[in-house]
Ligand binder design. Structure first.
Ligand SMILES: *Cc1c(COP(=O)(O)O)cnc(C)c1O
Length: 482
């Protein structure tokens, strides 16, 4: 324990102060502020010096784990390194000082970014039009389903209130359907971990609004029957929604539009290297096939024949508004910088490289960890716990922290009991990947020889095994208990 760890939570000392403004200010403030807005007593804030504050926050930042501090193989989350060029572009005053309400004529450059980004995403996905308004993947799902619903309603097809979701789906899929007022129908996976087409067929009817799928699915497996699934769903009058969270391995290889998908979202904070931001600013642009474009939410950027960009705010067929202004612009800008800095050829390499090394990790560990589905994976894959059952998946995850790695995603997808879902991304070097493999093997031998060391892990992190439910549901966010 470092000397400062003792001091980290209670630093306040009565009368200590971090600024030295002349007291004359107080008087002046009284002249400006109406009496009703003035405090009667001092605010109850921690009384600390400037150096206390700086050390407090710097220490807190070092107790956290991030892509900039270490390897972060969090399956399904695509924790790519965030290139610093993206940050440089986004922090340029030309963009960072803009206001969403400024006149269109003075925002032509920013509107051009939206326009060009839409073209880039269309080229990558094979879908014709995009909205940038949704601020997360799940928000994109809701938006996409609102578009799906609106499309059916505009055609007077009011019976379509059900959405098919595979049993391997990310939890946000059924949640988004429910929020959109649609009923969820589950389609089962077969023994190969893919959507069971025979289970799907009897579910199709004139009440089906569409199906939500991710491809590769959450097991990292490519849904080979997607062509047949698309035909079946379209024949019954439904639409196909593509959850683009797993788009990374397909970049430049296959396009959702060509697979038959009509609507999709992308997670710019996954596939396109922008920060995840601790649940903060994300971006989940939604793309649609041409016949659904009119159902997209406003506002959208249009370009007139003379090359001037405009914002169209709303129109009759639109599914409605889903966010303030036009989404998280600075995130869209970062993703645009990423696309331009990679270029067409390197974007293709990113996906292929992610796939190659995922298979390398899988093959290097399968004699220690149970591999429930042995086929070639895409960018990620799933183990079902240790072969030697001396320790659980949770124990493995906690022990990894001791070795300086973030844990993979655990206990998702729900198809297996001891799921470990590993996604390393193409931004990691072979040396880092090999170090991870070595540690995973070492943990497997520890589980056989000395399982107690895993049960007690982590041994050297600031926090060990918190009650995660309580921590998420009842976080203590206030300094004073009042
Ligand atoms: C991450 C993820 C989502 C949700 O995306 P957010 O941006 O976190 O809201 C949806 N589906 C899958 C498969 C994901 O991995």
């Amino acid at each position: 324990m470092k000397y400062y760890d003792k001091l980290i939570f209670e630093l306040s000392k009565e009368g200590r102060c971090g600024f030295s403004l002349p007291s004359a200010h107080e008087g002046k403030l009284k002249d400006i502020l109406p009496e009703s807005l003035s405090r009667e007593s001092r605010a109850r804030l921690p009384e600390v010096s400037e150096v206390d504050v700086v050390r407090h926050y710097t220490n807190l930042s070092q107790m956290n784990f991030g892509v900039d501090t270490g390897f972060y193989p969090l399956g399904s989350c695509t924790m790519k390194y965030n290139p610093k060029i993206n940050e440089e572009v986004a922090s340029s005053p030309a963009f960072s000082t803009m206001h969403p309400l400024q006149d269109e004529e003075t925002a032509q450059g920013a509107l051009e970014v939206y326009w060009e980004m839409e073209k880039a995403l269309s080229a990558i996905t094979g879908l014709d039009a995009f909205t940038f308004n949704p601020c997360a993947g799940a928000h994109g799902e809701l938006t996409g389903l609102m578009v799906m619903r609106r499309y059916h309603i505009l055609r007077g097809d009011l019976k379509r209130t059900k959405v098919i979701v595979p049993d391997s789906a990310h939890g946000t899929n059924p949640a988004s359907a429910a929020v959109c007022g649609l009923d969820v129908v589950v389609v089962k996976s077969n023994a190969d971990g893919l959507v069971d087409v025979n289970d799907l067929k009897p579910l199709l009817s004139d009440e089906i609004a569409g199906i939500m799928m991710t491809n590769p699915n959450t097991l990292g497996l490519f849904e080979k029957e997607i062509g047949e699934i698309a035909t079946l769903v379209h024949e019954c009058g439904g639409l196909l929604y593509y959850d683009g969270a797993n788009m990374n391995p397909l970049l430049g290889v296959v396009r959702p539009g060509d697979m038959g998908f009509d609507i999709m979202h992308l997670n710019l904070h996954k596939t396109f290297s922008t920060p995840h931001g601790g649940g903060g600013p994300g971006s989940g642009p939604v793309g649609v096939a041409a016949r659904l474009e009119k159902c997209l939410p406003g506002p959208r950027v249009r370009k007139s024949d003379d090359g001037v960009f405009h914002i169209e705010r709303s129109w009759d067929e639109s599914a409605g508004k889903v966010s303030g202004f036009m989404g998280n612009f600075s995130i869209i800008l970062r993703a645009y910088a990423y696309i331009l800095s990679l270029g067409k050829e390197n974007i293709l390499k990113a996906g292929k490289f992610a796939t190659l090394s995922a298979n390398y990790i899988k093959e290097s560990l399968k004699d220690c960890y149970k591999l429930p589905i042995p086929s070639i994976c895409k960018h990620e894959f799933v183990f079902d716990g240790l072969i030697n059952e001396g320790a659980t998946t949770l124990d493995v995850a906690k022990r990894l922290l001791d070795y300086g790695f973030h844990a993979p995603t655990i206990y998702f997808p729900l198809l297996f009991h001891q799921t470990i879902m590993i996604e390393h991304t193409e931004t990691e070097s072979k040396e880092t990947i090999d170090a991870f493999i070595e540690v995973m093997r070492k943990i497997a031998s520890e589980a056989a020889e000395n399982p107690q060391i895993l049960k007690g892990a982590p041994h050297n992190t600031p926090v060990g095994r918190p009650d995660e439910t309580q921590a998420a549901r009842h976080p203590i966010l206030k300094y004073w208990d009042c």
